[in-house]
Design a protein around this ligand. Structure first.
Ligand SMILES: [Zn+2]
Length: 85
């Protein structure tokens, strides 16, 4: 058994780097967002809100109360040489 009690001089805890990897955080963010109504991170549904020249705008809805908890524009890169009528 190893004891580290003596290492913290003056009762100061070690600075612990306990952060999750960036990839894991992004994965979490994609599947759950903070809902102001439910006051917690909730699973979300992605819904196509509208199509604009910049791209498709999606809305994230709380699966519990249906509140909009965020949106995102996915850029629509039209292939060069093709002019939409
Ligand atoms: Zn909610």
């Amino acid at each position: 058994m190893v004891s580290y009690r003596k290492a913290g001089i003056g009762g100061q805890p070690f600075p612990v780097q306990n952060r999750a990897p960036q990839e894991a955080f992004e994965q979490f963010e994609a599947s759950a967002l903070y809902c102001p109504r439910c006051r917690q991170a909730v699973p979300v549904r992605k819904r196509l809100l509208l199509v604009i020249p910049e791209g498709d705008k999606y809305e994230y809805l709380c699966v519990h109360c249906g509140a909009s908890v965020g949106d995102k524009i996915e850029k629509n890169l039209a292939p060069a040489g093709i002019i939409p009528l």
